[in-house]
Design a protein around this ligand. Sequence first.
Ligand code: HEC
Length: 166
Amino acid sequence: MLRYPIAHLRSTLLWLIAAGCTGELAFAQAGKAQLPDGPGRAVTQRICGNCHGPGIFTKRRLDREGWAEVVDDMIRRGAKGEDEDFVLVMDYLVQNFSKTPAVRRINVNSAEAAELAEVLGLAEDQAVALVEHRRAKGNFKTIDDLKKVPGINTQAVEERKDRIDF
Ligand code: HEC
């Protein structure tokens, strides 16, 4: 039954372990700068870092279907993990490297002007006007309160009202 000499088997095993470790180490180092924080980061780092660095996928922008194809392909190539690990990896990839990034929400009563400008697509002076209005008159309670601030791009506010918290 034993076709392979034990010594050979052992060195193969050692090689695999060593290759796995250095791969992970290199990935951990390279990955620090490149993989954004968030749920699933650690497991993605562990599973997807054994064979290549993160650079191979962090520049891609795919939808969920696209990432599912990549992950299936990687499993065929030998990526190992539990099913629930891959669920986390999938969510992490979709969340961070998606064609349509997750909608960012904003609390209009606590956000800084720069953040308001970015998330609501407002010019900077309009965002500043919101903050000043809030300071002078108190918290906004409705979308209409926002639209009443002089100079505000009401259309931008209307378009992004789903992102607004009070
Ligand atoms: C067992 C080794 C292994 C693991 C683990 C692995 N990959 Fe790969 N991956 C490969 C190989 C081999 C290639 C082909 C490399 C090439 O084309 O130069 C590749 C290529 C890729 C590519 C480029 C594919 C293309 O079509 O050009 C992406 C994207 C990718 N991997 C993402 C991932 C993700 C995400 C994970 C974690 C789920 C992962 N890989 C885990 C082996 C692996």
